[in-house]
Design a protein. Structure first.
Length: 54
């Protein structure tokens, strides 16, 4: 968990926090309120989960 927190802090410092690592689009504020360490927007998260199920 510490690695995820450190990565989030680095993203805040670089201005990249809150942007999806897959699409580059903004992650919704509601999603970030639920999971401040989210790496993906909900659409990309679902796509990633579908890919891992195969």
């Amino acid at each position: 968990m510490d690695k995820k927190i450190n990565n989030a802090l680095k993203k805040i410092d670089s201005g990249q926090y809150g942007y999806c690592e897959g699409t580059g689009e903004e992650i919704g504020i509601e999603r970030l309120e639920i999971d401040p360490l989210a790496l993906y927007c909900i659409e990309e998260q679902e796509r990633q989960e579908q890919l891992s199920d195969k």
